[in-house]
Write a protein of this length. Sequence first.
Length: 285
Amino acid sequence: MATSCEMKNRIQGHPCFGGNHKKNGRMHLAVAPKCNIKCGYCSRKHDCANESRPGVTSRLLTPEEAIVKVREVMASPVVGSIIKVIGIAGPGDPLANEETFSTFAMVKKEFPHLMLCMSTNGLLLPESIDRLYELGLHSLTVTINAVDAEVGANIYRHIVYHGKHYSGEEASQILIANQFEGLKLAGEMGMTIKVNSVLIPGINDTQLPLIADRVKKLGAFVMNIMPIIPQADLAHIPPPSEARLQEIRNANEGIIGQFVHCKQCRADAVGLIGQDVTIGKSACA
Ligand code: CLF
Ligand code: SF4
């Protein structure tokens, strides 16, 4: 596990880990369409609700198209100098898509100074961690919404794991076990780790301090509690008020640092958080 001083150096420039988010931006590459689980708040018609604002469908990119776009953005006088991070966050789960690995490999080769960042549901994290380490992944986000399988069963409808379909508590048990195991391995490898948790009022409120405590002990650096965006199976759940969200973040601050600037970005977001630019001739030419 990194010391706090080492960690401070590592997060320099990363807008989602405490770096100056008013100066440092990120570029998401939407190369990962497939997902291996079904979260109750996810509508597959939209981007991943873990890291993307729903209602906006990204154009998928092949790894070859993605690297062309990175070149274009990095050469842009408008955003080139502010992009410090290349992230893959969907629209499905990055680890369920081989394209994630080939895209990162291309970016690393051509732009070694950029930080590679990835957000996953964690199902395939234990078996993928060595590959991510070899690729030089800088920062990792795992979305964890429950520690108890009974609660998870109210959030996740099913998972598909090594070709087999699981549902109910069995599905949650496998998912949750892999999330924590993967996170532990990532911590041991010295990765910079964030945990995203979707606050689903009435379902997982009481799980959040348990998640905070466990991930802190396993080496996570920061937690990002995000309000549910009600849709799909959980469309009937009213999102928490801003005050309630703040209250829950404050209650967990003493356990693990809280990231509060999240804008639940699109899978193809580019620029400063909350001030994305449109990629294409108008913004980057
Ligand atoms: Fe992207 Fe996510 Fe990396 Fe940031 S976003 S993959 S950690 S570079 Fe940031 Fe956007 Fe919130 Fe994500 S504001 S949705 S926390
Ligand atoms: Fe949707 Fe993301 Fe959950 Fe997959 S991990 S079901 S894409 S919210």
